[in-house]
Design a protein around this ligand. Structure first.
Ligand code: NAP
Length: 242
């Protein structure tokens, strides 16, 4: 089992990876509905864009809630993009990263079973033993403190050579990166329909966000992609469009 090594920490530290948040919502700000089925918010063209962004990153992070609820593969799908990565001396898909406090992750989840990329589980200290036992050989379980410290997590990723991290949700994880001021860029896609069900999860929960009426975020780009609209927000000076 790998352990977190002491390393550079700090918000906005150049020692942390560039953090790109990606999310799709309904017009009324929901990221899913309240049914058992997975809600499709993006369209095919947008999914191809997301695939290309994934291919340009060193790691993709989702929360354990998304692993359990969506069972995502989190691999680069397009063969051309996979080949281009290999030609650059990279694995076909970025590393997969998740974080958990309870350590309750199913080893049969596609996060663990699909693809050859490295899998990293940042786990709160009390659950490390449980996660290590259940994920034996499938992932590297990293003791990330109690509670999990995002600065520490990012410093550890940087130490493992992760320079560019894509955070694909869910809402809990997105809110944490945003409120902690640890996001450099946000890609927000709005699908052309309403969910209209307060039992469904929203993009983010309540919190003290660094962007508010007195400090508005900077829009780097707005693009229509078929029937959805992408807004790219530059959230730190590290974003090239700042
Ligand atoms: N539309 C989109 O773009 C999009 C993308 C992704 C997901 N989603 C949706 O988002 C929903 C899931 O969101 P969610 O907020 O429930 O889950 P989430 O953000 O994916 O994961 C939350 C879980 O991650 C772990 N976690 C988060 N922060 C942690 C911390 N600081 N320390 C330790 N563990 C931490 C905890 O896992 P444990 O419970 O294991 O302790 C927590 O329960 C699903 O409905 C999914 O479909 C939508």
């Amino acid at each position: 089992m790998a352990q977190v090594s002491a390393g550079p920490t700090g918000r906005g530290s150049p020692g942390r990876p560039y953090v790109l948040l990606s999310c799709a919502t309904s017009i009324d700000g929901y990221i899913d509905d309240a049914t058992e089925q997975r809600l499709m918010l993006s369209n095919d063209e947008d999914l191809a864009r997301i695939d290309a962004i994934r291919a340009g990153c060193d790691a993709i992070l989702v929360g354990a809630g998304t692993v359990r609820r969506d069972d995502p593969r989190l691999v680069v799908r397009a063969e051309r993009l996979r080949r281009e990565r290999v030609a650059r001396g990279l694995p076909p898909s970025p590393a997969k990263v998740t974080l958990t406090a309870r350590g309750d992750l199913d080893p049969r989840a596609r996060f663990f079973t699909v693809g050859d990329a490295a899998k990293l589980v940042y786990c709160a200290s009390p659950a490390v033993e449980k996660a290590t036992e259940s994920l034996d050989g499938l992932a590297t379980v990293v003791d990330a403190g109690d509670p999990v410290d995002h600065d520490r997590l990012l410093a550890d990723l940087a130490a493992r050579g992760i320079g560019r991290l894509m955070v694909e949700g869910g809402g809990t994880v997105h809110a944490q990166f945003l409120t902690a001021g640890l996001a450099d860029e946000l890609h927000l896609v709005v699908a052309p329909f309403f969910v209209g069900d307060r039992r469904a999860p929203r993009f983010v929960a309540d919190g003290r966000f660094p962007w508010h009426p007195g400090r508005r975020a900077r829009v780097a780009e707005v693009r229509q992609i078929g029937d959805v609209v992408l807004t790219r927000y530059a959230l730190s000076p590290r974003c090239v469009d700042w």
